[in-house]
Design a protein around this ligand. Structure first.
Ligand code: ZN
Length: 206
C-alpha cells in the first residue's frame, strides 16, 4: 500500500505519496500560500526536501498556483504533455495581489500519459496517469494499481450540467474500468468511494 498523507488547507486537499526522499505531491495551493503548505508539512512530519516531484491534476489556481515557488525550492514539476498548452493560461486568472509566480515551461519533467507508469515506478509508485477531462480539458487523474485514484476536480456525476456530462461520465467510466474503488478528490471528504455507474435524470449509464 502506498503511503498517502493529506496536506491540504483552505478547503482543498493536497496529497503526499510515498516514503523516503522521493515523494510525490499531488496538487499544490494558491500562490503566496507557501507558509501554509510548509506549516502543514511540518505538522505531518514531512520535510519539503523529501518531496521530489509535484503533479498538478489541472492548472487552476487552487491546484497549481504554487508550482513555480516549489520548483524554486528544488521540487520537479511533472507535466503531462497534454497539459502544457494550458499552463500559460493560468496567469490570466491571477490578480496582482495573488503575487503569482509564472510557471516556466522549459525545465519540467514532461511526459505522455503512456510513459507515466515507467516514470512513477522510479518513485516506487505502481500506477499510471490518465486523461480525465470534464472539469477542464487538462484534467488528469493519478490511478494506483491498488485501486485508488487522485481525481482533482473531476465533477461528481450527480452535479453536472449537460454540456460536460458526456466527458465527466466517460472519465468516471474509465476510472472504474481501471479498477478504481476509492477516490482522493481535490475538495471535500477524502477518501470516498467511487460514484456508482449511473448518471442522473435520464443521462446515459456508462
Ligand atoms: Zn479545485
Amino acid at each position: 500500500m502506498t503511503a498517502i498523507v493529506n496536506v491540504g488547507y483552505d478547503s482543498t486537499n493536497y496529497y503526499v505519496l510515498g516514503q523516503g526522499r522521493q515523494r510525490l505531491l499531488v496538487d499544490v495551493g494558491w500562490p503566496n500560500t507557501l507558509p501554509k503548505l510548509l506549516f502543514t508539512l511540518k505538522r505531518k512530519d514531512i520535510p519539503l526536501e523529501h518531496i521530489g516531484h509535484l503533479l498538478a491534476t489541472h492548472y487552476h489556481p487552487d491546484h497549481a498556483g504554487l508550482a513555480q515557488e516549489l520548483k524554486a525550492r528544488g521540487v520537479r514539476l511533472v507535466v503531462i504533455d497534454l497539459q502544457r498548452p494550458f499552463i500559460p493560461l493560468l496567469r490570466r486568472v491571477m490578480k496582482p495581489d495573488h503575487r503569482f509566480v509564472d510557471i516556466a515551461l522549459h525545465d519540467n519533467a514532461e511526459i505522455a500519459c503512456e510513459a507515466s507508469r515507467a516514470f512513477l515506478s522510479t518513485l516506487g509508485i505502481a500506477g499510471d496517469i490518465v486523461h480525465t477531462p470534464g472539469h477542464s480539458d487538462d484534467s488528469v487523474s493519478l490511478v494506483l494499481d491498488e485501486g485508488v485514484a487522485f481525481t482533482g476536480d473531476l465533477t461528481s456525476p450527480f452535479a453536472i450540467d449537460d454540456t460536460i456530462a458526456e466527458r465527466v461520465l466517460a472519465s468516471w467510466a474509465l476510472l472504474r474500468a481501471k479498477g478504481v474503488r476509492s477516490v482522493y478528490p481535490g475538495h471535500g471528504p477524502s477518501p470516498r468511494p467511487i460514484p456508482p455507474p449511473s448518471g442522473h435524470d435520464g443521462l446515459p449509464v456508462k
